[in-house]
Design a protein around this ligand. Sequence first.
Ligand code: KG4
Ligand code: ZN
Length: 363
Amino acid sequence: NLPHLSWKTIMMILGIETSCDDTGAALVEAKHGAFRVRSNVIISQAKLHNKYGGVVPELAARNHLKNIIPAIDQALASRFSPLPRGRLRGGLDAIAVTAGPGLVTSLHVGVETAKTLSLAWGVPLVGANHMEGHIYSVLLTPPPLSRRGSGGGALTFPAVCLIVSGGHTELILMTNHGQYKLLGKTRDDAAGEAFDKSAFMLGLPYPGGPSISKAAEKGDPQSFDIPRPMIERDDCEFSFSGMKNAIRLIVESYKKKRARLPIDDLAASIQQAIVDILITKSLIAVAKAKPKIFILAGGVAANAELRKQLAQKLPKSIKLLTSSLKYSQDNGAMIAAGAYQRIKQKKFDSPVSLTANAHWELV
Ligand code: KG4
Ligand code: ZN
């Protein structure tokens, strides 16, 4: 029984994210579907996982355990200083925590922490979907909170969402808040994974997306012929695993020749191949679904070439919404925003029995 939510127009939500390797905690103010981020703390583990070329689940979970309380403490300090303890009940309206999808050992840390805080503080809890968080991250930009939204924020429907991250590559049709239909997804690797694995083969640091795109700035995207699997098919299915083998063969051939690998050119060619696949499939989705807006979200949405080329190729009648760079990588603010609609409808989860679901699909 939470009477204060029925009249409150401004809600304060604590968002917690630990689905992969970044520990995120954020305080987000929500009003009529518009959001203002009061704090957004991300404790990155990228350096720890760098030498393995990808995230090591056990290492990630252990470091989430170490970082989660400091992250939450710091996030709350922006409004409640010092950590409020007893005073919180009136200040915080909900706790949203990523319950899936993700690495199960990492998810447990956030979920169990959020359950404990929910019980201790008497604040309602929502187990949020990570992908939904990515979608709503596009609202973590202006308009400012003071300008009344239409009740649905800046989202208009139907919307086509391309969610591209380290674990997912999906085209989703969104017909309303919380209503999703899968248009297509990857058969094998995710786009972020393709960046990460390619970077590893090129000897570039993890995460691979930023490393590849940085090297690509000085390279020629036409210099290597990188395969674009399934690009000819008139559907929204993706495949990236075939690219790895092609890149491995190129790297090996240079090794054999004892020639210096032209890393910048290869990085630019790889990036362009991934961008081509993502854009081609997005345009097929748009032609089929005829949306009002197109949402580009997820870690790979930070890619400057993808943003630029998609903006150029998308029909002008369709509005392109992308998250600002700081909200495209995993963070707690997007989790708070993604959970907002459910919080508004008081669809809370039990702080006793909520469990992480590593394979929680949005659709
Ligand atoms: O959404 P995210 O932070 O975590 C997951 O949910 O997976 O996405 C991480 C992925 C990594 O694969 C990383 O290489 C990729 O996003 N990424 C990028 C860029 N920045 C991050 N990929 C391409 N270009 C970028 N600038
Ligand atoms: Zn993510």
